[in-house]
Design a protein around this ligand. Structure first.
Ligand code: HEC
Ligand code: HEC
Ligand code: HEC
Ligand code: HEC
Ligand code: HEC
Ligand code: HEC
Ligand code: HEC
Length: 418
């Protein structure tokens, strides 16, 4: 099963029971079909995506290629993105202090050196981030998770200082449950609610944004369908296909809605629930200029005309949650044109259509209307630099960006004259 940590040290098996209000919608084909049922969620309610593959092979295989699936994993030679080769495996803060990324029989380590003498080493235990933009690392120190000081920054192809760390050796930033809420499916907190840094049960974590994040804990579904192999109707599982628009949006905004303030303990929210029942949502500060490109696709989309003037648009109009479709410009353009076509009653076609010709236009909608912009939240300090380098993200504020149009037109012109 994906994500169970092979434990080394933990003796504590305190069960942290989260009580959950489940507002069942008709999507849950529950035999009892209660409209509002209080249940508790525990690690044992989760089945893990490996168990889905026997009956949902195609979806499981395709999901295993997504950034969601890989967004947290047990660290291994296969999934750590940066290099351990001599010459490429160090990050120097100054002439005296540096961190080296080192391989040993017992695993991979970040090792701090001061004037050549080893001062501290911590192991890469969990990778955070699929690596499309970057990848951070968490290390177990007892039952606490500490973020390692060095992060891999993909666009530069280099190790860099982890966001939030000072430009000197330090190993003190905790990986909080908030981090895990967006980058994992479930983690069991074993420390008292007010205690910081938090402690987790190392064996009770479901890594990755996995099936059960969007479909709810599925141990009961797996058990029932396994015991009743001739039953062709699903039981005990959430299918977002029957969600309202708001339920669909809330499910994604949980992690793509920017900074939300938790009002209930972690991991209580389930697909289908209402986000405001679990988080304080800052509607006052919804000034579009203050919304960063990072992690707030919902806020940006919600400010776009496409969203405001359509009654159906959700994230899933453009994204297939089971597939990795990154970089497929013509596919995304087709999704724009599912509304922006001659026969649609609300959405018009692009004014540039005649200038560009239908072939060019039908593969470039996003380049002109959702261009990549620097994200201040995924910005790191590269070795020897004073200003942080930012990752580029596609903005979800869909509108006209005249400068981008000029760039694309210049590019196309260059192509046609060569
Ligand atoms: C023993 C077989 C089996 C296993 C294992 C299994 N399922 Fe299912 N699942 C089914 C059957 C049968 C259906 C109903 C037919 C269909 O929709 O494919 C179903 C339907 C579903 C649906 C659609 C629900 C609906 O109302 O149409 C979802 C979502 C789902 N399963 C998720 C999962 C997840 C997530 C896992 C792993 C944690 C999983 N399943 C494991 C047999 C299984
Ligand atoms: C539990 C948190 C969580 C939920 C719920 C969630 N996401 Fe994500 N999503 C993430 C994280 C974290 C990443 C960054 C993954 C990475 O690259 O490490 C991500 C990445 C993505 C990406 C970029 C994929 C790529 O190839 O770079 C898309 C698109 C996306 N999510 C869409 C959705 C949609 C649509 C929904 C709702 C159906 C959703 N997400 C629900 C956490 C979540
Ligand atoms: C509110 C949800 C949320 C929280 C909390 C959060 N992240 Fe993220 N993170 C995301 C999303 C969504 C993305 C995808 C890029 C984006 O939309 O900005 C992402 C992207 C990343 C990436 C780049 C992944 C890639 O390969 O593209 C890293 C690394 C990362 N986060 C690390 C962390 C760490 C470490 C923490 C805790 C200190 C954290 N995140 C907290 C939602 C979150
Ligand atoms: C990011 C959220 C997300 C994740 C992760 C996810 N799903 Fe889904 N899944 C959805 C949504 C949304 C739908 C409804 C699609 C629609 O509207 O038709 C869905 C539909 C389904 C269905 C119903 C049949 C279908 O294709 O529509 C099955 C079965 C299913 N998912 C299984 C899985 C399994 C198994 C995994 C993990 C391997 C998984 N899902 C991971 C969001 C997700
Ligand atoms: C669910 C339908 C739908 C989808 C999908 C959709 N839009 Fe829209 N969009 C609309 C509606 C409705 C409007 C408002 C009327 C109009 O200008 O066409 C709009 C407006 C716009 C505008 C004008 C914005 C402004 O501020 O004047 C642009 C540009 C645009 N869309 C581009 C896109 C692009 C690019 C995509 C794909 C990435 C897309 N749309 C996907 C429905 C949609
Ligand atoms: C109108 C179409 C459209 C809608 C609606 C939409 N997206 Fe996207 N999204 C895109 C396109 C196009 C990209 C760029 C894909 C690529 O990398 O090729 C993208 C990229 C992303 C990325 C990766 C960002 C990056 O640049 O690496 C995330 C995360 C994401 N979307 C999440 C969401 C979420 C969450 C929602 C709902 C709140 C949503 N999207 C709604 C079209 C859309
Ligand atoms: C080369 C850049 C470029 C590409 C590619 C492009 N657009 Fe545009 N689009 C523009 C510009 C510039 C305008 C504003 C034109 C004006 O106001 O005269 C515009 C206007 C629009 C409008 C608003 C029309 C109105 O009357 O308010 C919509 C909707 C739109 N585009 C949708 C799309 C869609 C959908 C695609 C892909 C099929 C697309 N665009 C491709 C540059 C582009």
């Amino acid at each position: 099963m994906k994500g169970i940590l092979k434990y080394q040290s933990s003796l504590i098996t305190l069960l942290f029971i989260v009580s959950c209000m489940l507002f069942f919608t008709k999507c849950i084909n529950n035999e009892k079909n209660k409209s509002a049922t209080a249940t508790v969620t525990a690690y044992s309610d989760y089945a893990g995506s490996a168990s889905c593959a026997s009956c949902h092979k195609a979806i499981a295989e395709s999901h295993a290629n997504t950034a969601h699936f890989h967004t947290s994993e047990l660290a291994s030679a296969k999934n750590i993105k940066g290099s351990f080769d001599t010459g490429k495996n160090t990050f120097a803060y100054n002439t005296m202090e540096m961190i080296a990324m080192e391989k040993a029989d017992s695993g991979f380590y970040q090792v701090a050196y001061v004037n050549g003498a080893e001062k501290k080493r911590e192991r890469f235990d969990i990778t955070i981030g699929s690596g499309t933009k970057g990848q951070s690392y968490a290390s177990w120190v007892g039952n606490k998770l500490v973020q390692l000081p060095i992060t891999y920054f993909t666009s530069a192809g280099e190790w860099s200082n982890s966001p939030g760390y000072p430009n000197k050796i330090a190993f003190n930033r905790p990986v909080t449950s908030r981090c895990l809420e967006c980058h994992a499916t479930y983690a069991e907190k074993i420390s008292a609610p007010e205690k910081e840094p938090e402690e987790f049960d190392q064996r009770r974590i479901v890594l990755g944004v996995d099936c059960e994040k969007c479909h709810g804990p599925a141990a009961e579904h797996v058990k029932y369908q396994t015991q009743n192999p001739n039953e062709k109707i699903a039981k005990f599982i959430i299918n977002p296909a029957s969600f309202s628009r708001q339920q669909n949006l809330d499910m994604c905004a949980l992690c793509h809605g920017g900074r939300l303030q938790k009002t209930k303990p972690s991991f209580q929210f389930k697909a289908g629930d209402k986000l405001p029942d679990y988080f304080a949502i800052d509607t006052v500060g919804r000034d579009i200029n203050s919304i960063d490109v990072h992690g707030n696709q919902f806020g940006l989309l919600a400010a776009s005309k496409c969203f405001k003037m359509s009654t159906t648009l959700t994230c899933n109009t453009c994204h297939d949650p089971h597939k990795n479709e990154k970089g497929n410009d013509s596919l995304f353009s087709q999704r724009c044109m599912s509304c922006h076509n001659d026969s649609h009653k609300d959405a018009v076609t692009c004014k540039m259509t005649n200038d560009l010709g239908s072939k060019t236009i039908s593969t470039h909608c996003t380049a002109c209307h959702m261009p990549e912009q620097p994200s201040m939240a995924i910005a790191v300090l590269l070795q020897g630099k004073n200003t942080p380098a930012a990752a580029l993200m596609h903005t979800h504020l869909i509108k006209n960006y005249p400068e981008e149009t000029q760039k694309i037109l210049a590019l196309l012109k260059e192509k046609s004259t060569h």
